[in-house]
Design a binder for this molecule. Structure first.
Ligand code: OAD
Length: 248
């Protein structure tokens, strides 16, 4: 009979020793890492506002047709996010960054919780809900107003501001994308946490890392399409698994 707890211990030990010896580590996170802070995931339950699904409001077309409505939705999301704190999984990544010579954290989350926890080298590949971008002059600035002025105007040119997040149907910021792909191709160890692995191009980073010879580990509460690609899949909550690895 297989001793599951012994297998689990060996697995955690293997991951910890790779973490300790890798000179370059890339972490890719998705909505699952923020789930334990109380933020609903994209494809899980919850997150509906006035019966709109995110796909109906997070588009350039929706903003063009009704910027007031889209900003009211973002204002509601910002009100929900403002009091939320990072959880032990976010803090474990801060500790890993502290111990690693070359560390890149790529996140698909727009909640800003990695920065709030203290992570430094973070690529927010889908943007950040606490930043705004002018639709006229393109300038990007921080904005932490809750509630916020609707409709907000650019301080430089008075143009209409939009949330600085990537909407459905939009391109990812090119520099962030190239930097992420390069980091994935050059790392020794990639950790993929709490993402369903179905939204491109972020989903391809694990494959890039694997094909370039990295050791790739996934942490998720269930198996995903990425589970077929990675070296190890750890099934469980991100905070529990990361806490376990760090204390190993
Ligand atoms: P999803 O909602 O698609 O997936 C969340 C993943 O987290 C699922 O695989 C869950 O099983 C897992 N999960 C949930 N709770 C967890 C926990 N406590 N610990 C570990 N894993 C957990 O979210 P993303 O993969 O982030 O893009 O979605 C990717 C992108 O799809 C989003 O960034 C968004 C959306 O379209 C844009 O808005 C551009």
């Amino acid at each position: 009979m297989i001793d599951v707890s012994r297998f689990y211990f060996i697995l955690m030990d293997e991951i910890k020793s790779k973490l300790n010896t890798s000179q370059s580590i890339v972490v890719l996170t998705g909505a699952g890492i923020s789930a334990e802070s109380g933020i609903p995931t994209f494809r899980g339950q919850g997150g509906l506002w006035r019966n709109f699904r995110p796909e109906q409001l997070a588009t350039p077309e929706a903003f063009e047709a009704n910027p007031q409505l889209v900003w009211e939705w973002y204002n509601w999301r910002r009100e929900l996010l403002a009091p939320i704190s990072p959880n032990p999984a976010h803090y474990a990544l801060v500790e890993i960054e502290r111990q690693t010579p070359q560390f890149t954290l790529i996140t698909q989350n727009v909640d800003g919780l990695h920065g709030k926890a203290g992570s430094r080298n973070v690529i927010e590949i889908h943007g950040n809900i606490w930043k705004v971008k002018c639709t006229q002059c393109g300038s990007i600035t921080d904005n932490f107003d809750v509630p916020m002025q609707i409709l907000p105007a650019c301080q430089i040119c008075d143009g209409l501001l939009r949330p600085n997040v990537v909407w459905f149907g939009e391109m990812l910021p090119q520099e962030e994308l190239y930097t992420s792909q390069r980091a994935a191709a050059e790392c020794e160890f990639m950790l993929i946490i709490g993402t369903s692995g179905i939204v491109q191009p972020a989903a391809s980073f694990g494959l890039i890392a694997k094909q370039s010879g990295a050791y790739v580990v996934e942490i998720n509460i269930e198996r995903t399409p990425l589970s077929e690609v990675v070296d190890r899949t750890c099934i469980g909550k991100a905070s529990e698994i990361l806490t376990r690895i760090m204390s190993q």
